[in-house]
Ligand binder design. Structure first.
Ligand SMILES: [Mn+2]
Ligand SMILES: [Zn+2]
Length: 159
């Protein structure tokens, strides 16, 4: 699967954070949030607890885990508040990310590694509801919107 540019996916999730998790529906989302003197997080969602999202268009590598870990530690240091972490990467069938999740659990951080396509749909797989304008994964049987329950059709999503 060919992924769009990271900037496109960034803009998509900023507008439609519920694509990461339906629990993020309607949650305020900030972009390029400064943490510490030098780090800038892709997305910070004002869920409870706050969620810090790092997205990559390449498969999981330990350095992406380390990057997210540093964001969570800086956030805790700056704001005296623990955030949850979400790392979204390209699917490649490897399971290297599991040890990262375990390591973080030992430090009492809750992190998730999600995969484009399998967990988070990408631009070409989405439609916009004509009623509520929320992005929804396209399926042949898609008739009514799972968010507003209306059946007034869908249109192409353009970013
Ligand atoms: Mn990124
Ligand atoms: Zn809708």
């Amino acid at each position: 699967m060919r992924l769009p540019d990271e900037k496109v996916l960034h803009a998509l999730l900023l507008q439609h954070p519920h694509l990461i998790d339906p629990a993020f529906l309607g949650v305020q989302c900030d972009t390029r949030v400064r943490l510490g003197p030098r780090k800038i997080a892709d997305l910070v969602l004002h869920s409870k607890p706050v969620s810090i999202v790092e997205l990559k268009v390449v498969p999981y590598a330990p350095r992406w885990g380390n990057q997210l870990q540093s964001y969570l530690e800086l956030f805790l240091h700056d704001r005296k508040e623990k955030a949850d972490g979400v790392l979204i990467v390209a699917p490649d069938g490897q399971k290297d990310h599991e040890s990262f999740i375990e390591e973080m659990a030992k430090r009492k951080f809750s992190v998730r590694v999600l995969f484009w396509d399998r967990d988070v749909p990408v631009v070409g797989q989405l439609r916009l509801c004509n009623n509520c304008n929320r992005a929804i994964r396209h399926r042949v049987e898609l008739v009514s919107c799972r968010y507003c329950r209306k059946s007034v059709g869908f249109r192409e999503l353009k970013i």
